[in-house]
Ligand binder design. Structure first.
Ligand code: DX5
Ligand code: ZN
Length: 225
C-alpha cells in the first residue's frame, strides 16, 4: 500500500514529566508538534484515572498547540461541555463508550473541531460503517487503552492494512487514521507505510530515552515522512 502523506505527531501528555512541562511545551512549539494528546480516563471505561479538566485548562493557558482529546470515559456526550473544546482541537470518542455513539459524535462536531471515532484492538473495523459521514478520522488503538508502556497488540499491522483498504474501497481514503499505543520508531514507520497519518508519541518514542526529546522528535519525524 502506498504512503499516504507526511505523518503528524500527537505527544502523549500522560507521559510528560511535570517538572519539565514548561520547557517541553516550548520545545514542542518550536518543533511544530501538531497535537498534544490528552488521555482522559474515568476509571470506568478504562481501568485507570487520567488527565482531568483542571489540567487541560492549565495547559490551554500555556500553549496554543491544538489538543487531541482522547476521551476514555462513559457517556462522553454528557461531559463534552467540561472541556472548553476549541475548533482547532481533535476530539476522539470510543465506539463502546455510549449506547448512542452517533449522537455523541454529532454533538462533538458542534464545537467545530475535528472528531475521530476510536476503535479498540477487539473492535471490528466494520463498526465504523454507519458513522463514516459523522467523523473526520479513525483512531485505531494498538494497545488496550488505559496505560502507557504496553506492547503493541500483534494483529495491529494487519488491522491497519485492512482498515485502509476498507476506507479506500468506500471513498474515504483521505480520512485521518491515528494510531495510539506503543508507537515506537519502528512501529511508526510500518504503520505509516500501511496508511496511518497521526502518531501518538509516548514512552515508545518521544519520551523514550531520558530527556532526549529533541532527538526523539527528529527520529520520529523521519520514521513518518
Ligand atoms: C493510551 C495512551 C498510551 C500512551 C502511548 O490511550 O495514549 O498508549 O500514552 O504511549 P506508549 O504506549 O508509547 O507508552
Ligand atoms: Zn490515548
Amino acid at each position: 500500500m502506498e504512503y499516504k502523506k507526511k505523518g503528524k505527531i500527537s505527544v502523549s501528555m500522560m507521559c510528560e514529566d511535570l517538572v519539565h512541562l514548561k520547557e517541553d511545551i516550548l520545545l514542542f512549539e518550536k518543533m511544530g508538534i501538531e497535537y498534544l494528546h490528552i488521555d482522559v480516563m474515568d476509571g470506568k471505561f478504562v481501568p485507570n484515572y487520567g488527565l482531568g479538566t483542571d489540567y487541560i485548562r492549565g495547559l490551554r493557558e500555556l500553549t496554543n498547540i491544538p489538543l487531541d482529546l482522547h476521551l476514555m470515559i462513559e457517556s462522553p456526550e454528557e461531559k463534552l461541555k467540561w472541556f472548553h473544546i476549541q475548533p482547532t482541537d481533535l476530539v476522539t470518542l470510543h465506539y463502546e463508550s455510549t449506547p448512542h455513539i452517533q449522537r455523541a459524535l454529532e454533538k462533538a462536531k458542534q464545537y467545530g473541531c475535528k472528531v475521530n471515532l476510536a476503535i479498540n484492538p477487539g473492535t471490528p473495523i466494520c463498526f465504523v460503517e454507519e458513522l463514516l459521514d459523522d467523523i473526520d478520522g479513525v483512531t485505531m488503538l494498538t494497545v488496550n487503552p488505559g496505560f502507557a508502556g504496553q506492547k503493541i497488540v500483534k494483529n495491529s499491522f494487519e488491522k491497519m492494512k485492512k482498515l485502509n483498504q476498507y476506507l479506500e474501497k468506500r471513498g474515504y481514503q483521505d480520512m485521518e487514521v491515528e494510531v495510539d499505543g506503543n508507537v515506537s520508531f519502528e512501529n511508526a514507520e510500518k504503520l505509516h507505510s500501511l496508511g496511518a497519518t497521526i502518531f501518538v508519541a509516548g514512552t515508545s518514542s518521544v519520551f523514550k530515552d531520558d530527556r532526549e526529546l529533541r532527538h526523539n522528535i527528529f527520529k520520529l519525524r523521519e520514521s513518518i515522512s
